[in-house]
Design a protein around this ligand. Structure first.
Ligand code: CA
Length: 231
C-alpha cells in the first residue's frame, strides 16, 4: 500500500529510461515511464506520483516549462521533483533549483547515487512517505508497523483514517485544505471524492478519543489542522 513509492520518470532517451526503470524497480519503487512532458502531465493529472524524475531536454514541452507549471498549480506545488540533465554547467544547476526542483542530477549518474538522492528528497519533502515513526502529544504513529497508540493504548483505525492521520501528523500546525488532504491520500485511495475527507476526519476523531480528537481542528472555510500541543 502506502509503503510503495510511485516514481514518474519523464525521459526521452530510451537507454536512460530503461536504466532508470530497471534500477528503480530493483530498489523497490513502482515506476511509470513516459517520453514527453505532455504525457507526464497526463499521468500526474490522473494520479499524483510520490516523486517525479524529470529530464530537462525533452521534445515538445521542455522539462523546465513542465516544472514551472507543476510549481504554479496548488495540487502539484509540493510534488517532489528531481531534474535530470546532460548539462553540467553550474548555471543550469542553479536554474533547475530556481524553478523549484528539489534536487538536480547530471548524466551520466550512478543508479545507486540517484536512489539515495531520491530517498533524501522523499524524507525532506514527503516525510509521510518515508516511514519514520512520529509522536505528537499523546498520539504515537508507526508507519512501518501501521500502528497507532494514544497514551500507549492501541487504536484501531481503517487504512484511510490511518493514512490521513499519518499525513496530518507529518504536517502539524498547518491548515490543510480538503484538496491537499485528498491529494495526499489519493495515490492509495483512488475512489476518494471531496466531501469524503470530512467523513474520514469524523471517523478518525471518533477512534482517537478526546485526547486525539482535540488535536484535529476544523479550520473554517479551509479544511483541517493538527495542532501539536508542544508549540
Ligand atoms: Ca532528453
Amino acid at each position: 500500500m502506502s509503503d510503495v513509492k510511485r516514481i514518474l520518470v519523464i525521459e526521452d532517451e530510451v537507454s536512460i529510461q530503461e536504466l532508470l526503470c530497471y534500477s528503480l524497480e530493483q530498489a523497490g519503487f513502482e515506476v511509470i515511464a513516459v517520453a514527453t512532458a505532455e504525457q507526464g502531465l497526463a499521468e500526474i493529472r490522473s494520479e499524483l506520483p510520490s516523486i517525479v524524475l524529470l529530464d530537462l531536454m525533452l521534445p515538445g514541452m521542455s522539462g523546465v516549462a513542465l516544472a514551472k507549471q507543476l510549481r504554479s498549480d496548488s495540487r502539484t506545488r509540493d510534488l517532489p521533483l528531481i531534474m535530470v540533465t546532460a548539462r553540467a554547467e553550474e548555471s543550469d544547476r542553479v536554474g533547475g533549483l530556481d524553478i523549484g526542483a528539489d534536487d538536480y542530477v547530471t548524466k551520466p549518474f550512478s543508479p545507486r547515487e540517484l536512489i539515495s538522492r531520491i530517498r533524501a528528497v522523499l524524507r525532506r519533502r514527503a516525510p509521510h512517505l518515508a516511514g519514520e515513526p512520529v509522536e505528537i502529544g499523546l498520539v504515537h504513529l508507526d508507519p512501518a508497523a501501521r500502528t497507532v497508540t494514544v497514551e500507549g493504548q492501541p487504536v484501531d483505525l481503517g487504512p484511510t483514517e490511518f493514512d490521513l492521520l499519518q499525513y496530518l501528523m507529518h504536517h502539524p500546525n498547518r491548515a490543510m485544505t480538503r484538496e491537499q488532504l485528498l491529494n495526499a491520500l489519493r495515490g492509495d485511495h483512488k475512489a476518494l471524492v471531496d466531501r469524503t475527507v470530512d467523513v474520514y476526519v469524523r471517523r478518525l476523531r471518533g477512534a482517537l478519543g478526546p485526547a486525539g480528537e482535540a488535536m484535529i481542528e476544523t479550520v473554517r472555510g479551509i479544511g483541517y489542522k493538527l495542532t501539536s500541543t508542544a508549540e
